[in-house]
Design a protein around this ligand. Structure first.
Ligand code: UFG
Length: 339
C-alpha cells in the first residue's frame, strides 16, 4: 500500500518513513530539500533495507503537484509534513510562510480530490493552544490567537482541511505535536538544523560537542517550580509511530468522524533546567549554560493530556526524557564523526 510522505527527508518525516516501511507500507517522498538533504534517503535505506522513492519538487507548484498525483495514481494516503517551521523567521517573513505552508496544502488537497485519494494525516502543533487556561491541555481546549505567522498557518491549515472535507470524500487526522526531540536509535537519522538552532535540544547537543559556546536559558522567572519554562518533550520515534497508527485507522475505516484531532505528547512537563540535568546525566558532559532574559513569544508552560490519543489510537509515548536526550547525543556525535 503506497503512502505519500511530503517532507519525508525532514526530521519527523524521515523517522516516519522508517516506521511506515517497517510496517510494510511502500513510501514515496516528495521534498524540495529546502531544509533537508537527499542523502537522508540513503540513511533510511540503511535502517529499513528499503529505498523510498524521492521526488524533488516544490508542492507550491500546482502543475508539478498535479502531474505527480497523476503519475502515482495508486497512492492510498498522504502524510503531509512539508512546511516551514521556524517561529522567528515566520515573524520576519510572514508571506513566505503563508504562501509556502498554505498553497502547498491547497495544491495537495486539490490533487487528492481529483485523484480520489481519501486519507490525509496533517502535521499540526500544540502551538494552536497558545498558553492554555488549563493544564494538561486536551483536544477540547480552545484555539487561541496564534502568536506567530507560523502558528497561524497551522490553525488556518486545520480550518482549510475541515472546510474541504465537507465538499470532498476526504478523511483527515490532524496530529498536534508537543516538543519532538531525540533521534533514531541507529543514529543514522536525526534532527539537522541549518545554521544556529532555534530549539532547545539541538542547541544543547551542539554546545556539548563544541560548536556553540554556551546555551542561553531563556528566563528563570516563570511561575514554574524552578522558574524555567515547561514543555512536553516527546521522542521523535514515538511521534513517528503515531503517524502509522493514524494511517491504519483511516485506511481500515475506524475513524469516528471524517476529521479527527489528536494530541501527541507524553503528558509530562519538564523545565529547561530539568532537560539540561537529564542531558548532563546521560552524556556525562558538563553543559556551559547561562540564564538570560525571556524569549519573546514563549509560553510559560504547556503539556499534553494524551488520554484521548492513548484510548482512541491505542498509542502511547514510551520513551523517557533520559532516553530522548541519550539518543539526541548519540546522533550529534555520530553526525560529527565523534563516535
Ligand atoms: N530554550 C532555551 N534556550 C534555547 C532554546 C530554547 O532556553 O536556546 C527554551 C525555550 O525558551 C522554551 C524551551 O526551551 O522554554 C523549548 O524551546 P524550543 O524552541 O525547543 O521549543 P518551543 O516550545 O519554543 O517550540 C515548539 C515547536 C514549534 C512551535 C512552538 C510553539 O518547536 O514548532 O513550540 O510555541 F511553534
Amino acid at each position: 500500500m503506497k503512502i505519500l510522505v511530503t517532507g519525508g527527508t525532514g526530521y519527523i518525516g524521515s523517522h516516519t518513513v522508517v516506521e511506515l516501511q517497517q510496517q510494510g507500507f511502500e513510501v514515496v517522498i516528495v521534498d524540495n530539500l529546502s531544509n533537508s538533504q537527499a542523502s537522508v534517503v540513503d540513511a533510511i535505506e540503511k535502517i529499513s533495507g528499503v529505498r523510498p522513492l524521492l521526488e524533488v519538487f516544490d508542492l507550491v507548484d500546482k502543475e508539478k503537484t498535479a502531474d505527480f498525483f497523476h503519475q502515482h495514481n495508486d497512492i492510498k494516503g498522504v502524510i503531509h509534513f512539508a512546511a516551514f517551521k521556524a517561529v522567528g523567521e515566520s515573524v520576519a517573513k510572514p508571506l513566505l510562510y503563508y504562501r509556502n505552508n498554505l498553497v502547498s496544502l491547497m495544491n495537495i488537497l486539490e490533487s487528492m480530490g481529483e485523484n480520489k485519494v481519501e486519507n490525509l494525516v496533517f502535521s499540526s502543533s500544540c502551538t494552536v493552544y497558545g498558553q492554555p487556561d488549563e493544564l494538561p491541555v486536551s483536544e477540547k481546549a480552545p484555539i487561541k490567537k496564534a502568536e506567530s505567522p507560523y502558528g497561524n498557518t497551522k490553525q488556518i491549515s486545520e480550518e482549510v482541511i475541515q472546510d474541504t472535507l465537507k465538499s470532498l470524500p476526504l478523511k483527515a487526522i490532524a496530529l498536534r505535536y508537543f516538543n519532538p526531540i531525540g533521534a533514531h536509535e541507529s543514529a543514522l537519522i536525526g534532527e539537522l538544523p541549518l545554521g544556529v538552532p532555534n530549539n532547545l535540544v539541538p542547541f544543547i547537543t551542539q554546545t556539548a560537542i563544541g560548536i556553540r559556546q554556551q546555551l542561553n536559558v531563556f528566563g528563570d522567572d516563570y511561575n514554574t517550580p524552578d522558574g524555567t519554562a515547561v514543555r512536553d518533550y516527546i521522542h521523535v520515534v514515538d511521534l513517528a509511530q503515531a503517524h502509522v497508527v493514524a494511517v491504519k485507522r483511516m485506511i481500515e475505516n475506524r475513524m469516528k468522524h471524517n476529521f479527527e484531532i489528536f494530541n501527541l505528547g507524553t503528558g509530562n512537563g519538564f523545565s529547561v533546567l530539568e532537560v539540561i540535568k537529564s542531558f548532563e546525566k546521560v552524556s556525562g558532559e558538563k553543559l556551559n549554560y547561562k540564564i538570560v532574559g525571556r524569549r519573546a513569544g514563549d509560553v510559560e508552560q504547556v503539556w499534553a493530556d494524551p488520554s484521548w490519543s492513548n484510548e482512541e489510537l491505542g498509542w502511547k509515548a514510551k520513551k523517557s526524557l533520559d532516553e530522548m536526550n541519550a539518543s539526541a547525543w548519540k546522533w550529534e556525535k555520530a553526525y560529527r564523526g565523534k563516535e
